[in-house]
Design a protein around this ligand. Structure first.
Ligand code: MLT
Length: 262
């Protein structure tokens, strides 16, 4: 499906009937990363999964991007769909977008599911690395980005034993527009500190993280769990930074148990 959102054509999937669940993908991926969750959840929930601007089948919009801009695009999509409140799930960069959304539109969040994400901003060194990578994408396109990211995103088990997951992730990165990749990287580098936001979250929250996540390790989620008043933490075995794809059965089981508890 498509909608004109803040002047950009946004592609999204909207399946099922029930309490609405909005799924926000990570960098530099797209809504197809949620295919296994759409299958598992849409018999009981209304599942909405957009491609953020510059990603997947959404229009390529030139930057600059920011977490606030992505969050405002999601707010405009919910307005377009006539939805007041959602259960908001974001993975990694999608989690940073969820923090921004919560800061801006807290009353529209029924519950949060934060997967493989963290509240702290980039260090100056990490931000420099993002800029180097943005320039690499602008010079050489998506392929060297996919080569660098795949070993960071996926666990060894996945890299060696789940070729279809490796292919899906590679396909998403190579389909992502170059302005999307570079725009994300600069937005990631300048994202704000969300530690104080965590202290203000009052809704039920599920934290999910791959046991072998090399980018946002379980210790980040454990630290978040200590700060949240109403929280569950699920560490997903045999998975890296994308546990929803690497171990979908365990991820979906935890997600569905959380949804049913609401
Ligand atoms: C993501 O998966 O969205 C990114 O890895 C986030 C990050 O690098 O901080």
């Amino acid at each position: 499906m498509r909608a004109s959102i803040n002047g950009v054509q946004m592609a999204y999937t909207d399946e099922g009937i029930g309490a609405p669940v909005l799924l926000v993908h990570g960098f530099p991926l797209d809504r197809t990363m949620w295919d296994d969750q759409l299958r598992a959840l849409s018999s009981r929930y209304r599942v909405i999964a957009p491609d953020l601007r510059g990603h997947g089948e959404s229009e390529t919009a030139q930057g600059p991007y920011s977490m606030d801009l992505f969050a405002d695009d999601l707010r405009a999509l919910l307005d377009d769909l006539g939805l007041d409140q959602v259960i908001l799930c974001g993975l990694s960069m999608g989690g940073y977008v969820a923090f921004a959304f919560y800061r801006m539109y807290k009353e529209r969040v029924r519950a949060l599911a934060l997967a493989d994400t963290r509240p702290q901003p980039d260090t100056p060194r990490a931000a420099e690395g993002r800029e180097t990578m943005a320039q690499l994408a602008e010079r050489e396109g998506q392929t060297p980005i996919a080569q660098r990211l795949l070993p960071l995103l996926l666990s060894d088990d996945t890299l060696q034993g789940r070729p279809s997951v490796v292919e899906r992730v590679q396909g998403m990165i190579t389909r992502c527009s170059v302005p999307g990749i570079a725009g994300d990287l600069r937005a990631l580098a300048s994202r704000p500190d969300s530690t104080l936001t965590l202290e203000r979250i009052t809704c039920p929250t599920l934290l999910l993280v791959g046991e072998e996540d090399a980018i946002t390790p379980p210790s980040d989620s454990e630290m978040m769990a200590d700060l949240l008043p109403d929280v569950r933490l699920s560490i997903i075995p045999s998975a890296g930074h994308l546990p929803n794809m690497e171990n979908p059965d365990t991820f979906n089981f935890s997600f569905l148990s959380f949804l049913e508890s609401l």
